[in-house]
Design a protein around this ligand. Structure first.
Ligand SMILES: NC(=O)c1ccc[n+]([C@@H]2O[C@H](COP(=O)([O-])OP(=O)(O)OC[C@H]3O[C@@H](n4cnc5c(N)ncnc54)[C@H](O)[C@@H]3O)[C@@H](O)[C@H]2O)c1
Length: 212
C-alpha cells in the first residue's frame, strides 16, 4: 500500500517509534495479532487515538481480531526508514554527549552516532563508545555528506554558531539539548529536548490529575 507520508499528522508521526518498539517486542515473542486495547495498555496512548493513528496508514483493525502484527511492522519499518541506517553526528562530548555515545541506539532502531566533535584536546583523537572524536576545527572536512542529523550537547553560548556551520555543511535535522533557542531556515528541522521541562510537566500532571 502506498501512503502519502505528508498526510500523516505530526502528532501521529511522533508516536510511530513508540508503536514500532512495542510491536517489535510482540513479534519476537511470536504474537501475530494485537488489539488496540492491548496496544493502548502497553504504550499508554488511549485506544481511540491508536485507532485513528492506524487508520492513516491503512491498518483498519478487525473487530474481534485486532491488528496484524506483521503488516504493521513492515509498514513501520518502511515509514521510519528502519531498513536504512541513519548516521548521526554528535557535537559536544561532555557529560551528556559521552552518555549518548555509550548508549546503544542500534538496540531499538537503525540509528547510529557515527562521528563526534569537541574542542577538548584530551578527547580529540580518541574513540568513545566506538565513535571517533574529531576537533571542531575539522567539522567541514570530516563530517561525511551522508550524515544529515546532528545532536547538540555543547554549552549554550556556542550552539548557534555551531548550528550555522552544521547547516552550511548540509545537516537537515538537529536534536538540540542545549537551552539555546536556535534560529534556522524554515527547511531545517529542530527538536528541543529539555529534561527540566519534561520533569516539570510530569510533576504538574501528578499534582493536577493524580488519578488518571
Ligand atoms: N536538555 C536537557 O535536558 C539537558 C540536561 C543537561 C544538560 N543540558 C545541556 O546540554 C549541554 C551539555 O551539557 P553537559 O553537562 O554535557 O556539559 P559539559 O560541559 O559536560 O560538556 C560540554 C562539552 O562541549 C564541549 N565544547 C565546548 N565548546 C565547544 C565547541 N565550541 N565546539 C564543540 N564542543 C565544545 C566541551 O569540551 C565539553 O566536552 C549544555 O548546553 C547543557 O545546558 C541539557
Amino acid at each position: 500500500m502506498n501512503i502519502d507520508q505528508s498526510k500523516i499528522p505530526q502528532a501521529t508521526a511522533k508516536r510511530l517509534p513508540l508503536y514500532y518498539r512495542f510491536l517489535k517486542n510482540l513479534h519476537s515473542s511470536g504474537k501475530q495479532r494485537v488489539s488496540s486495547a492491548e496496544l493502548s495498555d502497553a504504550v499508554k496512548v488511549d485506544s481511540a487515538t491508536i485507532r485513528r493513528d492506524f487508520s492513516y496508514f491503512g491498518a483498519l483493525g478487525k473487530k474481534g481480531y485486532g491488528y496484524n502484527v506483521n503488516y504493521l511492522l513492515s509498514f513501520f519499518r518502511k515509514t521510519l526508514d528502519q531498513d536504512e541506517m541513519t548516521k548521526v553526528s554528535l557535537i559536544g562530548v561532555g557529560n551528556l554527549g559521552t552518555a549518548f555515545l555509550h548508549y546503544n541506539f542500534l538496540k531499538n532502531n537503525n540509528t547510529v552516532i557515527s562521528i563526534a566533535f569537541d574542542i577538548d584536546e584530551e578527547k580529540i583523537g580518541s574513540e568513545i563508545g566506538g565513535v571517533p572524536v574529531y576537533g571542531l576545527d575539522h567539522l567541514e572536512a570530516e563530517l561525511p555528506d551522508d550524515v544529515t542529523v546532528a545532536i547538540l550537547t555543547v554549552p549554550a553560548q556556542v550552539a548557534q554558531s555551531i548550528t550555522d556551520r552544521l547547516i552550511k555543511k548540509g545537516i537537515k535535522g538537529i536534536l538540540n539539548f542545549t537551552p539555546a533557542r536556535l534560529s534556522v531556515p524554515d527547511e531545517i528541522r529542530i527538536h528541543h529536548i529539555d529534561l527540566a521541562v519534561e520533569l516539570q510537566s510530569l510533576v504538574y500532571f501528578l499534582k493536577h490529575y493524580p488519578n488518571e
